[in-house]
Design a protein around this ligand. Structure first.
Ligand SMILES: Nc1nc2c(c(=O)[nH]1)N[C@H]1C(S)=C(S)[C@@H](COP(=O)(O)OP(=O)(O)OC[C@H]3O[C@@H](n4cnc5c(=O)[nH]c(N)nc54)[C@H](O)[C@@H]3O)O[C@H]1N2
Ligand SMILES: Nc1nc2c(c(=O)[nH]1)N[C@H]1C(S)=C(S)[C@@H](COP(=O)(O)OP(=O)(O)OC[C@H]3O[C@@H](n4cnc5c(=O)[nH]c(N)nc54)[C@H](O)[C@@H]3O)O[C@H]1N2
Ligand SMILES: [Mo]
Length: 765
């Protein structure tokens, strides 16, 4: 039976109803090892088997400002009782405090599947019930999503179909400079699933065609060994300065593409006076940039020459914008590509997110596929996604966001479905304090992870292996069947089943289900997709698809709206959708917002936390909390693959030999990483893969506070968000800035405490 996940498609081996193994698909050239590791987690001791309610909440008092959240025992209740409690509480909060007091902006990746999309199900349920406060943008790319439409126009994600694909790069490009690298570990993933992993083969093809790669990153392994990339380690968060130094060199040598800048861009002159220092007296030359980035001026000068004389491509990844002033390196990368002369030439120019997800740069998109239908949300209020703790701590406060003033709403009921904020949010101790504010927290989870433990009502949810659906991954031109391969564990139910029962209790079941059963919905969405494609699509009927497990959608062909090739050819005929119709090197619009931390053109702003900040006296190491190779975020941290990666049960932290030696740290030792926000344990990996002054601790280890609810308490397991800062990138995007954090590392003293991250809370019956 076929299995589809965010980490690819697999085959389930089932024996008399029991899931025995998950194997790679034969036609996947680079299957992810995360898939096979899912089996043991399906029935592990962390599984939530029955609805459970926090003891203090059930006892009724105190509800608001409760510090027992995260520490209390849970009482298991029947589904009937759980549905009563949740529906009553929704009714109470809506009538007492208004629909906007319900927070449904529950961010998170959940699982693959067009129908059982957790956010889609939640939003539909809450919208039909009166509405909810939503969240906007993603933890992945908030800064990019907000700034790029100002600079290159189009919808926030439209660059995906406008940038060169790998095959065109192999054919046309000579030099790729990748800011943040091209980590293949990340291309295991594709949101919503994918049939076959292609990125590795395509990267190899580029290498075979003679494309040279430069990896601008604090970590060497951010490019695959077979690419033979030149490694240019830069001090984290200084990419904008490096790009400015390169741009300045191009300008003063006259290497920049004057014709393209004049015809297809606006505002280069104003930017140029910033570069030369006409405004502030500081020339952003290669020597200036070298001092900031920790590289040599000659290297940057040479890179400027090569970028402007070769057919070149500037790539940016996403991590560089999950940082203080994260808008700047994205904006500046577009400007640099415009200057270099390759913008709008086949296989060259600019692109973002290559290898961060498999389909990015592989296919420019796919025809649209029907999913659980959205209902317009009657509540207009929203918060920028990463400002959740601010909202809970400071309701009524106003903040800036992309030229607007937002008033943070007062949230009384948090409904989280398909995400794990107690892994993904920055500064988890601050989130713990904020989390005490609402009256009620309802969570749908399959496992007792930290978010479940910090809820009031936990409803056990079936996993993607335990329900029927089909996958339509981001940009992947395949549909993959996802038949149920095992029964739901314990009493768990699908999100849809739970919402159907709640909607029934609240009096709108028919509107919610449209009188379709789950399998009828799956069939309906597939047939709808097939009908929308018409004869051109020629998809097989549902029964054939379900039997054969994969169907191929017709390829999309360009040119796509906002194409840079069309812009270069004729900017009058093919304008972008920016106010000027051109690439905005200077944005009058952003300038008019009057923000001091994001002005009218890209610029270097010193991050609050970086290796040249005063704080580095006390915390001399920059923490990179990148994506884990062994799992997707926190998902399947309890799976085989992730468990095997741990060191004495802790998350591995990589540290340079120089930094390790001066601290007496050796491979395999348990260390304590700390700053003023918190501390965690981790297992040391000593390697010159990371540059000196930098430590790397992946995201997603289930947070394991030693004294839950106690501010600053030790995390025994190694979640980096115990250390990161909860600070918006700037007033423009208010995005998360996880990659701007300084820490110190020391040997852990004495016997290490047991890791209890995977232990369920105390359960009463
Ligand atoms: N320090 C630091 N923090 C970061 C990042 C970083 O780089 N550094 N990266 C950020 C990024 S890019 C992202 S995208 C976020 C990711 O943050 P999340 O998307 O919140 O992380 P996941 O671990 O994918 O959480 C998904 C949760 O949904 C549950 N789940 C799975 N399927 C279903 C389902 O069908 N129904 C329900 N109800 N639940 C389901 C899983 O068990 C899991 O607990 O993290 C962010 N946090
Ligand atoms: N295996 C796996 N793959 C994933 C995910 C996962 O959880 N697991 N998550 C997926 C998701 S949701 C997303 S959004 C993407 C994220 O894709 P990215 O954000 O691109 O991925 P990261 O692994 O966080 O970061 C990649 C590298 O950026 C480098 N970097 C960090 N800060 C800086 C900096 O200031 N300057 C420079 N030059 N480099 C820097 C680090 O060395 C890091 O290894 O990955 C996706 N792919
Ligand atoms: Mo992400």
């Amino acid at each position: 039976m076929s299995v589809a996940t965010h980490w690819g498609s697999f085959v389930a081996v089932v024996d008399s109803g029991r899931l025995v193994r998950i194997e790679p698909r034969e036609d996947d050239p680079a299957p992810s090892p995360i898939g096979p590791g899912m089996v043991t987690a399906a029935d592990d001791s962390a599984r939530v088997l029955r609805p459970a309610v926090r003891r203090g909440w059930l006892n009724g008092l105190p509800r608001a400002r409760d510090t027992a959240r995260g520490t209390d025992a849970f009482v298991e209740v029947s589904w009937d009782d759980a549905i009563d409690l949740v529906s009553e509480e929704l009714r109470r909060v809506r009538s007492r405090h208004g629909d906007g007091a319900v927070f449904g902006g529950s961010y998170g990746w959940a699982s693959a599947g067009a129908f059982h999309n957790a956010q889609g199900q939640l939003h539909r349920f809450l919208a039909l019930g009166g509405g909810y406060t939503d969240s906007r943008n993603t933890y992945s790319t908030a800064a990019l999503e907000v700034v790029l439409p100002h600079v290159i126009g189009g919808a926030p994600w439209s660059y995906q179909s406008r940038m060169p694909m790998w095959d065109a790069i192999a054919e046309n490009c000579e030099l790729v400079v990748a800011f943040g690298g091209l980590a293949l570990k990340n291309s295991q993933i594709n949101p919503g699933g994918l049939a076959r992993h292609r990125t590795q083969d395509l990267q190899r093809r580029c290498r075979a065609a003679g494309v040279r790669f430069v990896n601008v990153s604090p970590i060497r392994s951010d490019t695959a060994g077979f690419l033979d990339a030149e490694w240019l380690p830069v001090i984290p968060n200084t990419d904008t300065a490096a790009m400015l130094g390169i741009a300045h060199t191009m300008l003063v040598n006259g290497w920049h593409d004057e014709d393209f800048l004049r015809r297809c861009c606006v505002g280069f002159d104003r930017f140029a006076s910033y570069l030369t220092g006409e405004f502030d007296g500081v020339a952003k030359d290669a020597a200036w940039a070298a001092r900031i980035t920790g590289t040599s001026g000659d290297t940057l000068t040479e890179l400027a020459r090569r970028l402007s004389t070769r057919r070149s491509l500037i790539m940016v990844n996403y991590a560089i914008q999950r940082a203080d002033h994260g808008e700047q390196p994205i904006w500046m990368s577009v400007v640099l590509a415009a200057m270099a002369g390759s913008m709008g030439r086949p296989g060259c120019g600019w692109g973002a997110g290559y290898a961060t997800m498999d389909a990015t740069g592989v296919a420019p998109g796919r025809p649209s596929v029907a999913s659980i239908p959205r209902i317009p949300n009657p509540v207009a209020d929203f918060i920028p996604v990463a400002r959740i703790a601010d909202t809970l701590l400071h309701p009524g406060r106003t903040i800036d966001y992309d030229g607007r003033r937002l008033t943070l709403p007062e949230l009384r009921l948090i409904y989280w479905c398909g995400g794990n904020p107690f892994h993904h949010h920055q500064d988890l101790h601050r989130l713990t304090r904020a989390w005490q504010a609402p009256d009620t927290v309802v969570v749908h989870e399959a496992w007792w992870n930290t978010t479940a433990k910090f809820a009031d009502i936990v409803l056990p949810v079936a996993t993607s292996l335990e329900r029927d659906d089909f996958a339509a991954g981001f940009s992947d031109p395949h549909l993959v069947a996802m038949p149920k391969v095992r029964e739901p564990a314990g009493e768990s139910r699908t999100d849809h089943h739970i919402f159907t029962t709640l909607a029934s209790r609240l009096g709108y079941e028919c509107e919610f289900t449209q009188s379709r059963s789950e399998i009828e919905w799956v069939r309906h969405l597939y047939e709808r997709t097939r009908a929308d494609l018409g004869d051109d699509g020629a998809l097989p009927g549902f029964d054939d698809f379900w039997r054969s497990s994969t169907a191929e959608l017709p390829a999309l062909s360009g040119p796509f709206p906002g194409s840079f090739e069309a812009l270069r050819a004729d900017p009058r005929r093919f304008p972008l959708t920016t106010p000027s119709g051109r690439i905005e090197i200077f944005s009058e619009e952003i300038d008019s917002f009057g923000y001091d931390d994001c002005t009218g053109h890209p610029a270097w702003f010193e991050p609050v936390e970086w290796l040249r900040a005063g704080l580095s006296d006390r915390f001399p190491l920059h923490l990179i909390s990148n994506q884990p190779a062994s799992r997707l975020h926190s998902q399947y941290d309890n799976g085989d693959r992730s468990l095997k990666s741990k060191i004495h049960g802790r998350e591995p932290v990589t540290i340079n030999p120089l930094d390790a030696a001066s601290r007496g740290i050796e491979n395999g030792m348990i260390v304590r990483i700390h700053n003023d926000r918190g501390s965690c344990l981790a297992g040391a990996v000593v390697s010159d893969d990371v540059m000196p002054g930098v430590v790397q601790l992946s995201t997603g280890a289930w947070w394991d506070p030693a004294r839950p609810g106690r501010s600053g308490t030790l995390d025994r397991h190694g979640n980096p968000n115990t250390l990161t800062a909860d600070r918006g990138c700037s007033r423009l995007s208010q995005g998360p800035s996880a990659h701007s954090a300084l820490v110190e590392v020391e040997l852990h003293d004495g016997p290490p405490p047991e890791v209890l991250a995977f232990a369920p809370p105390h359960l009463e019956h």
